[in-house]
Design a binder for this molecule. Structure first.
Ligand SMILES: [Zn+2]
Length: 231
């Protein structure tokens, strides 16, 4: 699988707890309901099992995932996708405090400053957010907002690839390979992640003739290539 050869050199894997020093909170900023699980579901599960407090900022309800669809209307997606996330978190065994911010899906860039103000951080927090060059405008806007909020409030901020991890995606070629670190996630947590991903039914089902939002090729990467951060 291409993503397994992401790095030419052998890498020193990071233990999840080493990512969040000093017993601080794990704060994850998810642009859409599924980003947190696809990219870092195993890490979240392992940190939660180790007793770390997890706060999930759900920035949008993901209602723009199927533009123009007669089946997956914005109203249905708005109702369904937060429920899918809740089920996925249960399957991961993650008891997170979920702060649902309801910024408009597809237009976070117009609300970056408000998003930065909405992130209530402590200086012991470690904030996880998609990479600032992940190739999706919402992901990149969340990164800028979280980086600004973390800087102001003295928290650490760690970026992770979501779409950029997928070979063939336009953002993949730009991954900063020298900064990429793989997280050593235990097998039982990766099994829980695979089960949790099945919760995102709205994103896994084809829509008439249209392919699912989460294609089998991309899912293979998120399930199989480990979990990564830029450190
Ligand atoms: Zn997303």
């Amino acid at each position: 699988m291409a993503a397994l050869t992401l790095l030419d050199e052998p890498v020193q894997d990071l233990h999840p707890e080493a990512l969040v020093p000093g017993g601080g909170r794990v704060v994850l900023v998810a642009p859409h309901p599924d980003d947190e699980v696809l990219a870092l579901g195993g890490t979240l599960a392992q940190l939660s099992a180790a007793g770390r407090e997890v706060v999930l900022y759900a920035v949008t309800d993901g209602d723009a995932s199927h533009p123009g669809s007669a089946t997956w209307t914005p109203a249905l997606l708005r109702a369904l996708r937060p429920v899918e996330t809740a089920q996925a978190l249960r399957r991961l065994g993650v008891s997170a405090r979920v702060e649902r911010l309801r910024f408009p899906d597809g237009a976070i860039v117009r609300h970056e400053e408000a998003l930065a103000r909405a992130l209530d951080l402590h200086d012991a927090d470690t904030v996880f957010v998609p990479w600032r060059h992940d190739g999706h405008a919402d992901h990149e806007a969340c990164a800028r907002a979280a980086l600004a909020a973390a800087r102001r409030q003295g928290a650490r901020c760690i970026e992770f690839p979501v779409w950029a991890l997928v070979p063939g995606h336009p953002a993949h070629a730009g991954l900063p390979r020298c900064r990429m670190r793989r997280i050593r996630v235990g097998p039982r947590f990766l099994r829980a992640k695979a089960w949790a991903i099945e919760s995102f039914r709205s994103q896994l089902m084809p829509d008439g003739d249209a392919a699912p939002v989460l294609t089998p090729q991309a899912l293979e990467v998120w399930r199989g290539a480990g979990e990564w951060v830029m450190a």
